[in-house]
Design a protein around this ligand. Structure first.
Ligand SMILES: Nc1ncnc2c1ncn2[C@@H]1O[C@H](COP(=O)(O)OP(=O)(O)OP(=O)(O)O)[C@@H](O)[C@H]1O
Ligand SMILES: [Mg+2]
Length: 333
């Protein structure tokens, strides 16, 4: 196939906040995907979404399929921008469609859908402006998150708050810094899980990945904060979580976790690939935090490939499966 790989490259800019480009992809990831596609015999062109001739490039070049990992340029629905352009040009692409990508970027709207579908998600409140009162039904500790960010942008250990004073200060900070609503959720103490779904001829739920932070105590970090994600593996900082794949769960819990991930994938309308982040509370209730229709695909550092490897696939198998799933869907359309 003639494939275009669409992406937004991670950049360094001293004038931007440290987490500004966290969602974008590294050269390492882009090269790995290109290499995998080429090894499987495809002709690949890498297309940075920021190139000025983006639309005319696609009008001229006759690609069979776009392999899309573009996180988008800016705005609350940025992940849906590349798919929207491709929809407009009538060019098929891998992964979820414009609507699902926009929906998943909005954590609160996604959570409302999860609640309607009886999928457990932490109780929450959305703060649109400073000065709003906390719903007294919500129980501390709470976590404050930007409503429309990924890669744990704006999520640090100080975002877990234990009283109203701390809560209101954090809400104000998030609204000011990220220019968007602040999502306040009950903080689920418990195990961190993430579930990968790959539509590989059939819907395949990959072995669950458990991320254990108990080795990271000296760093002061105890959940998948921005710092933990950004510096994961750094021994000097003590940011060395342990990965268990498959997760250490009894059969019944494993089935329950897989079931909520599958229902979330369907409820949001994801296609080909998704990764659902879950926290398991002390009663083994799997609370869905969010779904990522564009999970990171770094062959060494991202969570999704780890789950594919545990399922017996190699990196090329994973990339080819995503491409073929989209291709098959388009063929049947
Ligand atoms: N309600 C919660 N209870 C416990 N931990 C939470 C909660 N919300 C977020 N976290 C912690 O913060 C991390 C990041 O939160 P979340 O997944 O919502 O953000 P994100 O920026 O969308 O992440 P991603 O990097 O997966 O895109 C979670 O993986 C988890 O460790
Ligand atoms: Mg997450």
């Amino acid at each position: 196939m003639k494939v275009a790989l669409t992406y937004n490259l991670k950049k360094k800019d001293e004038n931007k906040p440290a987490d500004y480009f966290s969602e974008c992809d590294s050269e390492q990831t882009i090269n790995a995907i290109m290499g995998a596609l080429e090894k499987r015999g495809h002709i690949v062109e890498a297309v940075d979404m920021g190139r000025p001739d983006l639309v005319s490039f696609f009008r001229k070049s006759q690609v069979d399929m776009v392999f899309n990992i573009a996180e988008g340029e800016r705005g609350k629905f940025r992940e849906s921008q590349m798919p929207a352009i491709l929809d407009y040009l009538d060019i098929p692409y891998t992964g979820s469609k414009t609507f699902s990508l926009a929906l998943a970027m909005n954590k609160t709207t996604t959570k409302k859908i999860l609640k309607a579908e009886n999928i457990p998600t932490p109780d929450f409140q959305l703060f649109s402006k400073d000065g709003e009162e906390l719903n007294p039904e919500l129980k501390f500790p709470l976590i404050v998150k930007p409503n429309c960010e990924g890669s744990a942008k704006g999520i640090n250990k100080s975002n877990v708050v234990r009283n109203k004073e701390g809560l209101y200060a954090k809400v104000r900070e998030i609204i000011d810094l990220y220019r968007q609503e602040a999502l306040v959720e009950e903080f689920i103490e418990g195990r961190e899980l993430t579930v990968g779904i790959l539509e590989n001829g059939k819907v395949e739920i990959l072995p669950i990945l458990e991320i254990d932070f108990s080795n990271c105590k000296d760093s002061g970090e105890y959940f998948y904060s921005w710092r933990m994600k950004e510096f994961q593996g750094n021994r000097e900082l003590g940011l060395v979580p342990t990965f268990h794949c498959p997760a250490r769960l009894d059969k019944e819990t494993e089935e329950r976790v897989k079931d909520v991930a599958f229902k979330t994938h369907r409820a949001v309308g994801c296609l080909d690939i998704s990764r659902t982040d879950i926290r398991l509370d002390k009663f083994n209730v799997p609370y869905v935090l969010e779904i990522n229709p564009l999970p990171g695909l770094d062959p060494k550092e991202s969570n999704f490939p780890l789950m594919a490897y545990a399922a017996g696939m190699n990196y090329e198998d994973l990339i080819e499966a995503i491409l073929l799933s989209a291709h098959e869907r388009e063929r049947l359309n």
